[in-house]
Design a protein around this ligand. Sequence first.
Ligand code: ADP
Ligand code: MG
Length: 554
Amino acid sequence: MTINQAPQALLQSAFGFPAFRPGQQEIVERLINRTNTLCVMPTGFGKSLCYQLPALMADGLTVVVSPLVALMDDQVAGLLANGIDAACIHSGRDRATNVDDWMRVRDGRAKLLYLSPERLMTERMLAQLDRLDPAMFVVDEAHCISKWGASFRPEYESLSALHDRFPNATLAAFTATADMATRQDIAAKLFRGRGDIVVHGFDRPNLRLEVEPKADWRRQLVDFLEPRRNRAGIVYCLSRRLTEEVATFLAERGFRALPYHAGLSPETRRENQETFMAEDGVVMVATIAFGMGIDKPDVRFVFHLNLPASMEAYYQEIGRAGRDGNPAEVQLLYGLSDIRMRRQFIDQDGGAEDHKNREHKRLDSLLAYCETTQCRRVSLLAYFGEQTAPCGNCDICLDPPEVVDGTTEARKLFAAIRETGARFGAGHVIDVLRGTASDKVGQRQHDQLPSFATGKDRGKSYWQGLIRQAVAGGYLWIDIENYGSLKLTDKGQAVDDGAERFFSREIRETKSGRSRRRDPVDAGVAADFDADLFAKLKALRRDLADAANVPAYV
Ligand code: ADP
Ligand code: MG
């Protein structure tokens, strides 16, 4: 049964919404006109409606490919609640229910069928769909098709066969996170160039954006959370171990904090997630395993205890805050050890050189965002190809950092790196600058170097800040292959030679510096890069399986 109503009327009668959100109508019209479209719109924007409404108007079935059982169930339940017949088939339901849903699809009663990519791309399913001649295929979370995306799933690749198999069907793809290269890749795979890319609405003006150098994360976290007690929020951590530790730490301070990561049992995960969804003021301390498909409108903050992998990842993760449109705050802490760790992951990830280069560039973009002296929103949106005026709702607009000429300091730093043969990590370079280099490096006599103790009037936190900025600004790079030693880039070399100046954000020194005991937030990466670092990183990477392994797939 095809509905014969104008889209606007159908929006009200079938979905109960008074108006389209900006951008939705354009997509709806494209799909009604059967134009293959990749739609890049942020999370919470209302992408589902963009294909559900055309599906009701289409002459035939719409097949929706979705990566998560939970997502499918949510969508189908939502449609049924609106009195729209929709079906879904997946392994998490009993056979009778699946059969019943299939009957409704076959009879033409259900206009939408939700499937996982692996179930859709079986010959059996394809043959049955051949007979139904679907009007449209929708690929939700389409970034999963691209190896360049953060959450590549091999099963998604096979979807590129849809184009040839169903030449009459409209192809639509939706994603919230795709940089330029990934977008092109998705379009090429799904449409073979015969389709358009539409980008819209990346600005989330209600999110207050903030980035802070990591000094004492416990204090920084508690300072942030204390005035936000009884509000729901997410604290993202890099590792499972840290997730548990932070949840315990917060619970001891009277916060209602729960851990979430892929290492917990499915029951615990479900329980914690349900508590987060249902109760007020729960802080979910989670790895990135938490979030995909979570649609809680009143998440008031997202706090990153570690640096995300990329700008896309960051954007997606902060996008879980403030979906109701009310003010929400996002805070990111980052330190040198985060940068080092991320570089290490990229380098150890295997993969081709150009893949690694691309990942490093992506990380660079995020670092530049962290150290920017301009409006954060301008910097963030520029990455996604959108322009905006300074927002007045980020730490930089609200409290502009002072930009200072740090050439003298930078040249001391670069000299220390050069004179020690660019073989040492930040810890030792700072020891040389501050004149506290112990003799543990052997007979190298670093106390004889011209740069020795030239920076003793500055604290350790100052030098850490300067190094972080120099790395983020592309003056220094961290040579992961060689124990994380700091090396000068051409840009850094130009400053070292006196040909260029070095401008930095004003660095506020913190008193305590880092705590003495090894801090789990750095996951075994101490200021001094030590010999067993690689073993620890290996363990951490295992721990990080969460990153690649989102649970509850079909
Ligand atoms: P996305 O897939 O882009 O993350 P969803 O499709 O899950 O977003 O939609 C997010 C929320 O927005 C849902 O609760 C949905 O009901 C709501 N929504 C979508 N379109 C509209 C609209 N035109 N007016 C009001 N609410 C809408
Ligand atoms: Mg969606």
